[in-house]
Ligand binder design. Structure first.
Ligand code: UDP
Ligand code: MG
Length: 328
């Protein structure tokens, strides 16, 4: 085995966090200090078009600490894109993605690393409690409930993007270039050995949330639409339901004709049943269109068809391609 320290890089998306950057960096640095000999740490800050003094702060930080790199995005692209930029540019054996407002407690990073050492490729931090507004808590749990019902993959509830991902997973993630990104869903989709670490989410230290309701709804839609075609399938089900009503209508009309013909209104039956029948057919046909659109959609997402975790052959040296190339 090699004795070189393993490299761990932190990815911090920054949007108007001028009053959090110094504290964040100081706290993380203190937390990881005991591990300094065993790991080589670096910090990747991504300024996502901040309007405040964040970029100045980051520049100062990079001048003071050689482990710090700063990426300045050309405008605000949103949290998911900022993290994506970080994942694209990070160069380490593992990356730890963390919010920069101290809501994700830096000390949890140690537990993430510990699990990684046990052989997990993804260690996500799962919230036991959170210090957010009642509104945010209610909407978040409704969202995760709906997402788990609909999504084709098992996306763990109460997790944000706070997690450690092994280099293998980073390499996989880089292949996913879809525009409407829901990273935590992609990480679940990719697979590998995943586990959770529980933590209590803190309050934001300073500044205001970069996720107003508008962005939150959009993000929720990215999660559901990106991992499920259930909404499209619902069209077909609704169409069948309406058609069923027309069938019940026929039974009702036949009943009236047979048992109480004197109450039958002329023409009523024909118009009502035809209405339900045609309505049903139309909606079913929309559903048919929907299923083709659904297929077109997943084709257009252009996701890799599968990911390979390892290849085992009869030759022992072939088991790990990395060790082969390393020994050359
Ligand atoms: N963030 C970002 N771009 C944005 C919005 C947010 O990079 O457009 C960053 C922000 O600086 C923080 C993280 O994403 O590090 C989470 O954002 P925030 O704390 O505002 O969201 P909340 O915790 O309120 O959901
Ligand atoms: Mg926050």
């Amino acid at each position: 085995m090699t004795t070189e320290p393993r490299r761990v890089s932190f990815i911090f998306p920054i949007y108007n966090e001028e009053d959090n950057i110094d504290l964040l960096h100081k706290t993380v640095d203190e937390v990881i200090a005991p591990l300094a000999g065993r790991y080589e740490f670096s910090f990747l800050y991504i300024d996502d078009g901040s309007h405040d003094k964040s970029l100045e702060k980051l520049t100062e930080l990079s001048q003071a600490d050689p482990r710090v790199s700063v990426i300045e995005l050309s405008r605000n692209f949103g949290h998911q894109m900022a993290v994506t930029a970080g994942l694209d540019l990070v160069d380490a054996d593992a990356a730890i993605i963390m919010d920069s407002d101290m809501q994700d407690p830096p000390r949890v990073a140690l537990e993430l690393i510990e699990k990684w050492e046990q052989g997990y490729d993804v260690v996500y931090a799962q919230r036991r409690t959170r210090q957010d507004s009642a509104f945010k808590k209610v909407t978040a749990s409704a969202f995760y409930w709906a997402l788990r019902k609909m999504a084709a993959v098992d996306i763990p509830k109460n997790t944000g993007d706070f997690r450690l991902v092994d280099r293998k997973v980073v390499d996989e993630l880089r292949k996913y270039r879809e525009r409407d990104r829901f990273l935590r869903g992609l990480v679940s989709y990719i697979g590998f050995k995943q586990t959770a670490v529980m933590f209590d989410r803190e309050k934001r230290h300073a500044g205001v949330t970069g996720y107003p309701l508008r962005k939150m709804l959009r993000f929720a839609a990215d999660g559901i639409l990106g991992f499920s075609v259930t909404p499209l399938r619902m069209i077909t089900r609704f169409g069948y339901l309406i058609s069923l009503l027309s069938f019940l209508g026929v039974l009702y009309v036949a009943g009236v004709k047979a048992f109480a013909p004197e109450t039958a209104v002329p023409g009523w039956a024909f118009i009502t049943i035809a209405m339900f029948f045609l309505g049903g057919i139309q909606i079913i046909m929309l559903g048919v269109l929907g299923s083709y659109i659904g297929r077109t959609y997943s084709q257009v997402q252009n996701r890799p068809l599968y990911g390979v975790a390892s290849v085992r052959t009869g030759v022992p040296e072939m088991e790990n391609a990395d060790s082969r190339t390393a020994s050359r």
